[in-house]
Design a protein around this ligand. Structure first.
Ligand code: PLP
Length: 230
């Protein structure tokens, strides 16, 4: 086995153990392989090892990889900061956009999706740590944003995403994951039409097990699959 496939099987085991520890079904958790800076060849090795969802941060960087791997039936997710002027590409290329943080961006995605006659699945990105360096809606404004975006016809909200503050100790990130899970419950309780809360995108290389314990359904993992980025 090559390293990438070994890495993947090790990650799958760790996810399964974390899920079982917290009374969850391991199959409820999917890996989004984060491919920023990773060449199409190496991404292909991961796909051959069974990875089926890939996450890109930059529209520009994704074109070549999406084309190179077109025959595999990959689900491509956009996980980076999306500028409104790139929404037209994002809508064409990605099955799920994790990073909708404002009504303005949502309106642009909706407008572009209409042109392609499709309904774009998205997650609402929440800034659980309140850091000024990160995008995302403040937790207290999340239900309101979900309500406003839910009225757009060519967008479908599928859940929430967060990029919490960085800590060396994964356990210190737990409150932020728990906060996202609580928000999911709040949104559900609000009973807003045209909104599903099936997905919680949280957890990366350093903290994905804690995220799984707190209810993640999508873990976004780069380094643990492909090694350190340059
Ligand atoms: C880079 C990135 C990841 C993956 O980070 P790793 O620590 O390499 O697993 C996950 N989510 C987002 C939004 C990222 O930009």
């Amino acid at each position: 086995m090559d390293t990438i496939s070994e890495n993947l099987s090790h990650i799958r085991q760790r996810i399964a153990r974390a899920a079982l520890r917290s009374g969850r079904n391991p199959e409820a958790v999917e890996i989004v392989g984060v491919t920023k800076t990773v060449s199409a060849d190496r991404v292909e090795a991961a796909v051959k090892a069974g990875l089926r969802i890939l996450g890109e941060n930059y529209v520009q960087e994704s074109f070549e990889k999406i084309e190179a791997l077109a025959s595999y039936g990959i689900s491509w997710h956009f996980i980076g900061r999306l500028q409104s002027n790139k929404a037209k590409y994002a809508v064409r290329l990605f099955d799920l956009i994790h990073s909708v943080h404002s009504e303005k961006l949502a309106r642009e995605i909706d407008r572009q999706a209409k042109k392609y006659d499709r309904v774009q699945p998205v997650l609402i990105q929440v800034n659980t740590g309140g850091e000024s360096s990160k995008t995302g809606v403040p937790p207290e404004d999340t239900v309101d944003l979900v309500r406003r975006v839910s009225r757009l016809e060519n967008i479908s909200i599928r859940g929430l995403m967060t990029l919490p503050p960085f800590f060396d100790a994964p356990d210190r990130v737990r409150p932020f994951f728990r906060a996202l899970h609580d928000l999911k419950k709040q949104v559900k309780d609000a009973g807003i039409d045209n909104v599903s809360m099936e997905s919680l995108s949280m957890g990366m290389t350093g903290d994905f097990e804690v995220a799984v314990e707190e209810g993640a359904t999508l873990v976004r993992i780069g380094t643990a699959i492909f090694g350190e980025r340059p």
